[in-house]
Design a protein around this ligand. Structure first.
Ligand SMILES: [Zn+2]
Ligand SMILES: [Zn+2]
Length: 98
């Protein structure tokens, strides 16, 4: 099943893959978590990036295509399957309760 395929992380979540910068901080000094960008969905390949850098990857005029290695339908397929998994899990749980 797709959901059991290993997920590859291209970088750690304390350094942005696009600008190599550190996570930004809130005014209270807390780190702003980097966003998970899917480079590929099948198998899952994930990069951690700043919010602004993520916007650059998906720039409608000039997307960073080296970081988008999936077909445009893959994300829809991926989230549909996730939804299927969720429903299935819920059914399993209901089965246990009943
Ligand atoms: Zn960045
Ligand atoms: Zn993305």
């Amino acid at each position: 099943m797709h959901s059991e395929e290993p997920t590859t992380y291209l970088n750690s979540k304390d350094k942005c893959l696009i600008c190599f910068g550190k996570p930004e901080k809130w005014e209270n000094g807390q780190n702003v978590d980097l966003i998970k960008h899917h480079v590929s969905y099948f198998p899952q390949v994930i990069a951690f990036v700043h919010y602004q850098c993520h916007a650059k990857i998906h720039d409608p005029n000039k997307p960073l295509t080296q970081f988008i290695q999936y077909e445009k339908d893959d994300s829809i397929k991926f989230y549909n399957e996730k939804e299927e998994d969720r429903k299935r899990n819920q059914e399993n749980q209901n089965a246990k309760v009943n």
